[in-house]
Write a protein that binds this ligand. Structure first.
Ligand code: PRP
Ligand code: URA
Length: 216
C-alpha cells in the first residue's frame, strides 16, 4: 500500500485541520462540515494527478486547444454518517463520478477490544475495472473501512483502490496495510499519534459523526 500525506498547500491544510480539531471552533456544525468538504476537495486534487487522462481538443468560439481530461471518472464510495461532508469535497472535484453509500457504525464498549462494526445499508455502483475512492474522514482501527472493503471485494474487482481520510491513527494504517490489495493508495490529511482505550484517535478531533450531525 502506498501512503500519501497531504503536504502541499501546508498553510491551507493546517488551517483547516486546526479548525476541525479546535473544540471551540468545531462546535459550529456548519463550519465543521464545510471544513471537511474543503479538505476533501484538496485531497481529491492531489489524488486526481494519479488517475488516467486522455487528450481532447476543445473548440471555443475563438479557436481551439488541446487539454487532458479524466479517461473515466472514479467511483466514490462513502461510509455514513461522517463521510457525507467529506464526500462532498470529492463530489465537487469529480463532478461526473458515480457514487455509492454504505451505512456502517461502531458499536462501542468500554474498551477497544469490545468494538464491533455493524453494516446496515449498501448501495454500490458496478466497480469492475473502475478507480475506486473509499471515503471516510476518520481512520481509527480501520475496522469500518475493512468491513466495507470485504463487501466490495466479494462483488467486484476495481482497477485501483484509493482510501482517503482526514485523520488517521497508525493502528488503522497498519490494519489497511495488512488487508488491502498491495497496489492500494492511502491519502491522509494527517497521521496522528495513537488510539486511546476507547479506540478514539489521539489527538484526533473527537467524534466526527456527532460533530456533523449531533449525538446518536
Ligand atoms: C466513525 C468514522 C468511521 C469510523 C472509524 O464512524 O466516521 O466510519 O468511526 O473508526 P474505525 O476505523 O475504528 O472503524 P462511527 O462508527 O462513529 O459512525 P458515525 O459516522 O455514524 O458517527
Ligand atoms: N471515529 C471518530 O469519529 N473519531 C475517532 O477518533 C475514532 C472513530
Amino acid at each position: 500500500m502506498n501512503l500519501f500525506q497531504l503536504n502541499l498547500y501546508p498553510g491551507l491544510v493546517h488551517s483547516i485541520l486546526w479548525q476541525l480539531r479546535d473544540p471551540q471552533i468545531q462546535k459550529d456544525r456548519l463550519r465543521f462540515k464545510f471544513n471537511l468538504e474543503r479538505l476533501g476537495f484538496l485531497l481529491a486534487a492531489e489524488l486526481a494527478k494519479t488517475l488516467p487522462v486522455h487528450q481532447v481538443e476543445v473548440h471555443t468560439v475563438l479557436g481551439s486547444t488541446k487539454i487532458e481530461v479524466p479517461t473515466q471518472p472514479p467511483v466514490l464510495v462513502t461510509i455514513l454518517r461522517a463521510g457525507l461532508a467529506f464526500y462532498q469535497g470529492f463530489a465537487n472535484a469529480f463532478d461526473q463520478a458515480d457514487s455509492g453509500f454504505i451505512g456502517a457504525y461502531r458499536v462501542e464498549g468500554d474498551r477497544a477490544e469490545q468494538l464491533e462494526i455493524r453494516m446496515n445499508y449498501a448501495a454500490l455502483p458496478d466497480l469492475t475495472g473502475r478507480d475506486l475512492i473509499l471515503i471516510d474522514p476518520m481512520l481509527a482501527t480501520g475496522g469500518s473501512l475493512l468491513k466495507v472493503w470485504q463487501l466490495i471485494a466479494t462483488q467486484a474487482n476495481p482497477r485501483s483502490v484509493h482510501v482517503v481520510a482526514a485523520i488517521a491513527a497508525p493502528e488503522g494504517v497498519e490494519a489497511l496495510r495488512q488487508h488491502l490489495p498491495e497496489h492500494s493508495y492511502l491519502w491522509l490529511g494527517a497521521l496522528d499519534q495513537y488510539l486511546n482505550e476507547q479506540a478514539y484517535i489521539v489527538p484526533g478531533l473527537g467524534d466526527a459523526g456527532d460533530l456533523c450531525f449531533g449525538p446518536k
